[in-house]
Design a protein around this ligand. Structure first.
Ligand SMILES: Cc1ncc(COP(=O)(O)O)c(C=O)c1O
Length: 345
């Protein structure tokens, strides 16, 4: 019997033979001394790609977001995020524990409008009661929002509000490259509009480790110090940066295949009696569907021999498409899920 198709996350992708060869051949140095040429090359390339002057290679998307809060905010500041934001829910309380910030949730479903943002911004009051907004964070694509894209036009509206209040704007772009590929635009269409942006190499792009935080020279200088403080200074990290560069050379266009497969899976699910999904809502590689007449846990357990998917709240399940699952993998996954979701309507 073949092993289950793993749709828990795009983080499960494994480095290919070509990527491993690039890692083995990487020129390296001590990056804490600023002497790793491959890390330097990745940072320079990422900065330009995202529309910024400087960049910092970091071990994870979580660290990229934490550094953004540390570098942009003061203790006791408020950070505006969308509903279900990764930094709010899944960074182990790091915003409060490390940067000393609190959060205000804005809008519904993950993204928020310029109008909603204007209503959520807090300004310092003379009596000192209010935690002033120190940062606005936008997650694009939005994980809990089902991989939904915030368009560059919508981001421009948020940027106007941020500029008006002199509040920095950060993009948690863990999957911004998915948005860029889906929209047929450069990531800079979003990145250049924000004060900082982080994107992950270790998700759909298939590298084993790493994210890149991009911003101005001054911002990156500050983030660099905080990276050291958090123990994120890496030595011969060029072996990891080489995987990232390889991913940028070889794995970006393939994200479109993940998106097409996600849409096909969503269309099949839409025909099932015990699943709820609007296939048109699937814009990138994440498929979140509602389950009827059973708990998400029960469904995940029932299909576990054929496909691994994750419960995603009290009545939803998440499946994520990625480069390690091809058309045959989707078909196998579907054969496992179909009997548990009821015959087509
Ligand atoms: C939207 C978003 N931001 C940040 C992260 C954190 O990335 P990492 O797992 O590399 O810390 C994730 C991880 O899934 C994510 O989905």
């Amino acid at each position: 019997m073949s092993s289950p198709v793993d749709l828990r996350s795009d983080t499960v992708t494994r480095p290919t033979a070509g990527m491993r060869a690039a890692m083995a051949a990487a020129e390296v140095g001590d990056d804490v001394f600023g002497e790793d040429p491959t890390v330097r090359a990745l940072e320079a390339r990422a900065a330009e790609w995202m529309g910024h002057d400087a960049a910092l290679f970091v071990p994870s998307g979580t660290m990229g977001n934490q550094l953004a809060m540390l570098a942009h905010c003061g203790r006791g500041d408020d950070v505006v995020v969308g509903e279900g934001a990764h930094s709010l829910l899944y960074e182990s309380g790091g915003g409060g524990a490390l940067a000393g910030v609190q959060f205000t949730v804005c809008g519904q479903g993950g993204h928020f409008t310029a109008e909603e943002l204007a209503g959520a911004i807090r300004r310092e009051d003379p009596s000192g009661h209010v935690a002033p907004t120190g940062l606005v964070m936008v997650e694009n694509t939005h994980n809990r929002g089902g991989g939904k894209i915030l368009s560059p036009e919508a981001l421009a509206g948020l940027s106007v509000v941020c500029n008006g209040y002199d509040v920095p704007l950060h993009i948690d772009g863990a999957r911004l490259v998915n948005a860029a590929v889906a929209a047929g635009l450069s990531p800079a269409a979003w990145g250049a509009q924000a004060d900082s942006v982080t994107f992950c190499l270790s998700k759909g792009l298939g590298a084993p480790v790493g994210s890149v935080l991009c911003g101005s020279e001054g911002f990156i200088r500050s983030a660099h110090r905080y990276r050291k403080m958090l123990g994120g200074g890496m030595r011969q990290a060029g072996v990891l940066a080489a995987a990232g560069l390889y991913a940028l050379d070889h794995h970006v266009d393939g994200l479109a295949d993940d998106h097409a497969r996600a849409r096909r899976l969503a269309e099949a699910l839409a025909g099932c009696r015990r699943a709820v999904i609007d296939p048109a809502s699937v814009q990138t590689n994440i498929v979140i569907f509602g389950v009827v007449d059973q708990t998400p846990q029960a469904l995940c357990a029932a299909v576990a021999d054929a496909v691994k998917v994750l419960p995603f709240g009290p009545d939803r399940v998440r499946a994520v498409l990625h480069r390690d699952v091809d058309d045959d993998g989707v078909a196998r996954a579907w054969r496992g899920v179909d009997p548990c979701l009821g015959v087509s309507r």
